[in-house]
Design a protein around this ligand. Structure first.
Ligand code: NAD
Length: 330
């Protein structure tokens, strides 16, 4: 049978990406929902044929423990709520996926990992790009040194943010600005292109052009990650420009994605020509893989430990920007 997934938080990503992706999945399906909005519950029940008994709100959430239809719970709430809902889900005996960033501190990541270990449940982060062919090619070209050792990485992940009242601009809910939201894809990109972790970080905040909008989180951040053997990765992430790029320069050539991190329309090129890969439904592949991990009792390739690693790097980037000092990671 297909494993049942319950989505927690029926916002934009759950509505427009995860639910349609689940409808195409082979090994799992949308079995339940957790929402604070009764009108959304009605709409989703009809649209996805979800029985009343598989509909929860944030108060009744823990009762999901008694529901055998739900194997996996996927937390798609604002960043600062991931930890609580993952821990409660694990205690209810469910395998857990959390959206990125995993949480808003390394301590929370530790608690989430511990809760899932304690309950003997699996934990994964919604890092969909590990299942996307262009990004997988970046991993192959970099890690297998197809163009020789990579010397330098660069890129960006930015978008122009709209509504000034959204949670992404609220430090308490978001944990930070564009770095937490999309800059995390640059951090990921550097780590998976090299197959390594950074050893040190330098960073600075960019200019603030709208101090009212950006009174809690950064508007722009620029950082450099140092990797072993003198390899560097330079990135910018901003809420006031557009761009999503990942580029690697190696000893005997280069390879890049532009745009690099989206759900579709990704394009890649190397010093030997254009990449030619199909566009896939990333989230379907990601959730099907996790369902197989649960069924076959193997660890996800995007486990909680990876989310924790990234949270440690993001925290170091903020510290480096705040202090103006180089932050050592190892
Ligand atoms: P959203 O604002 O569209 O949805 C958030 C949901 O949380 C809403 O349904 C809202 O009602 C609910 N919610 C519950 N309590 C809330 C509170 N106190 N404040 C605000 N909302 C509250 O956001 P989204 O874009 O769907 O993002 C949700 C999560 O998914 C975030 O962690 C985000 O980083 C992640 N995300 C990941 C991707 C990806 O490509 N992997 C893409 C978009 C979002």
């Amino acid at each position: 049978r297909k494993l049942g997934v319950a989505l927690v938080g029926l916002g934009s990503y759950a509505t427009h990406q995860l639910a349609p992706a689940l409808a195409e999945a082979q090994h799992c399906y949308l079995a339940g929902i957790v929402t604070g909005t009764p009108e959304k519950a009605e709409e989703w029940k009809k649209k996805y044929n979800i029985p009343d008994k598989n509909v929860y709100n944030y108060e009744t959430y823990d009762q999901i423990a008694d529901n055998p239809d739900i194997d996996i719970v996927y937390v798609v709430l604002p960043n600062s709520m991931h930890a609580e809902y993952v821990i409660r889900g694990a205690k209810a005996g469910k395998h857990m996926i959390t959206e990125k960033p995993m949480a808003i501190s390394v301590e929370e990541c530790d608690q989430m990992i511990a809760a899932c270990k304690e309950a003997n449940r699996k934990l994964s982060v919604g890092y969909r790009l590990h299942f996307e062919p262009h990004n997988k090619e970046m991993m192959r070209l970099g890690q297998q040194q197809v163009f020789g050792p990579v010397k330098k990485i660069s890129g960006a992940d930015s978008f122009k943010i709209g509504d000034p009242d959204q949670w992404r601009l609220d430090k308490e809910l978001a944990g930070g600005g564009p770095l937490m939201d999309v800059g995390i894809y640059c951090v990921q990109g550097a780590c998976y292109t090299l197959g390594k972790e950074p050893t040190a970080i330098t960073a600075r905040f960019g200019e603030v052009t709208d101090p009212k909008k950006f009174d809690e989180v950064e508007e722009t951040i620029i950082w450099q990650m140092e990797f072993p053997d003198g390899v560097t990765a330079d990135f910018v992430s901003s809420y006031n420009q557009n761009g999503a790029k990942l580029r690697a320069e190696a000893e005997n050539g280069w390879f890049e994605l532009d745009p690099a991190y989206g759900y579709d329309g990704l394009k890649g090129e190397t010093s030997e020509g254009k990449m030619d890969f199909p566009q896939v439904r990333e989230q379907t592949l990601q959730m099907d893989d996790f369902a197989l991990c649960v069924r076959e009792n193997r660890e996800s390739i995007v486990p909680g430990e990876m989310g924790r690693r990234d949270m440690k790097i993001l925290t170091a980037i903020y510290e480096a920007a705040r202090t103006g000092k180089k932050v050592q990671l190892t």
